[in-house]
Design a protein around this ligand. Structure first.
Ligand code: SF4
Length: 460
């Protein structure tokens, strides 16, 4: 039997070396000059002239990024009232960093093992979103596994069913499964309750929604937009360098497809976000190359990317960790430098997000002084991080947000997904709840009883 790849086997063409010096790169960053990949490598490594992180240099990079943040967006810290409604965990793509998925065959009627995952029908999605809209959310975020029965719409089902070998296009008809997820278009329409903002359909999902056809990404995204989609999360990016993707997600779309899908979404008028998932097998050269690809994309799509979200790899419970391909995730130094260099490098993206789900409250707050200015969303329900072993809970009330943000002397601001609508929150407001959603009236998202039930659960 072939021995699985381990950390010791990994060799990459791209390594963190540069012709630049740390001092020059820092000088350019402080001056606001556009940085090169070499500059970013120097800043991310705190200098390739010595091994390990130099703490004094790290502080210089963080300070430069904090100053840039203040220049670009001031003292406001934004967040959005949102719910996560992930439709299904059924997926057989097999990304090695992912523990969100459940093998798709376990969802079939005649599966020998009972699935540990879930699939929601469009009606179930609508009910979840309608409840959250009633409570006052502005946005529903929905990212799902690539369920083999998922198709864009009825026409797509017909094309896939007529394919001579449906397995080749990762298709099985909905009748095979205990729960039919409906079509992507039906899910978008179902979640689009009262004009709530629907943030969904990553480039990977868009690829799945056109598999087996000759449709372009524009065709797919414009049909989804007609069904209710508003903006596209730029997840599934991981690291946009092929030699890394081949190790961590060989079954996923490549960098070119990811970029093509994002451009297509922007072309049909959808807003975008962008991400990096770092701290696994990649090195600082890959992180720097990824930033360059995102910055180039933002130039091409004319500013359609509203925020950049660095996602620190959570290693527990993932195949990469279990099979010894990695021994852990990024260090705190690396996390801070990733946020800071994202701020300094991405001179054409205004907002950098600190994810409290990935970093926890304390470190998440610290990131707001390392270049970040957005603090994510309330997340009424969050499955992805929890299933990968994260332990930072799954809901953040407006009151929590106001307490956290004011504790570091910054200004709490409720925002829309695209940051165009903002409301500065008066910390003396009582009660403190969202006001921007279609049915929001300032009432907190959870009642006092629900909130204390959740706190008790989290403490158990
Ligand atoms: S990251 Fe997405 S595509 Fe990859 S296995 Fe997980 S759910 Fe499937």
């Amino acid at each position: 039997m072939e021995r699985p790849v381990t950390e010791a086997d990994l060799t990459f063409e791209h390594v963190p070396e540069s012709d630049q010096s740390f001092e020059n790169a820092l000088e350019k960053a402080r001056a606001g000059d556009r940085l090169t990949v070499d500059d970013a490598i120097e800043l991310l490594t705190t200098g390739t002239d010595s091994d390990g992180i130099d703490r004094r240099r790290k502080e210089q990079v963080l300070t430069a990024a904090d100053h840039r943040r203040a220049d670009v967006v001031g003292e406001e810290v934004t967040f959005v009232a949102n719910v996560n409604n992930n439709v299904t965990t059924a997926c057989n793509v097999g990304c090695l960093f992912c523990n969100f998925k459940d093998a798709a065959h376990t969802f079939e009627h005649d599966a020998e093992v009972e699935t540990a995952g879930f699939t929601k029908t469009p009606t179930e999605s609508r009910d979840i979103v309608a409840d959250a809209v009633d409570r006052g959310i502005y946005e529903v975020t929905s990212v799902s596994g690539l369920h083999p029965a998922f198709a864009l719409d009825t026409e797509h089902h017909e094309i896939l069913a007529a394919t001579p070998n449906p397995k080749e296009v990762n298709y099985k008809p909905p009748e095979r499964y205990a729960t039919d997820p409906g079509t992507y278009a039906e899910q978008m329409a179902a979640m689009s309750v009262d004009g709530v903002h629907v943030h969904s359909m990553t480039p990977e999902e868009a690829y799945h929604a056109r598999r087996g056809t000759d449709w372009s990404y524009e065709d797919v995204y414009s049909r989804l937009q007609n069904a209710g989609l508003d903006t596209v999360p730029g997840t599934a990016a991981e690291i946009l360098v092929e030699e890394v993707r081949e190790v961590i997600c060989p079954g996923k779309i490549g960098t070119d497809d990811w970029l093509e899908a994002m451009e297509a979404a922007a072309t049909v008028g959808l807003g975008l976000t962008a991400t990096i998932m770092y701290g696994h097998v990649e090195n600082e050269a890959h992180r720097a190359m990824h930033l360059k690809r995102i910055r180039d994309l933002q130039d091409r799509v004319d500013g359609a990317i509203t925020e950049f979200v660095p996602l620190s790899f959570i290693h527990q419970n993932t195949p990469l960790f279990k099979h010894d391909v990695v021994s852990g995730g990024a260090s705190t130094d690396e996390d801070e430098l990733m946020i800071a260099v994202s701020r300094l490098f991405l001179d054409n993206i205004d907002h950098v997000q600190s994810s409290w789900v990935k970093y926890g409250d304390e470190q998440g707050l610290k990131m707001l002084s390392c270049g970040a200015d957005d603090f994510m969303g309330t997340i009424l329900s969050e499955e992805i991080t929890k299933r990968a072993g994260g332990s930072y809970g799954e809901f953040r009330s407006f009151e929590d947000y106001v307490d956290l943000v004011t504790s570091i002397g910054r200004v709490p601001v409720e925002r829309s997904t695209d940051y165009e609508t903002r409301r500065v929150i008066d910390p003396d407001e009582s009660p403190i709840g969202p006001q921007l959603g279609p049915r929001a009236d300032g009432t907190p998202l959870l009642t006092d009883t629900e909130q204390s039930d959740r706190t008790a659960l989290a403490d158990d």
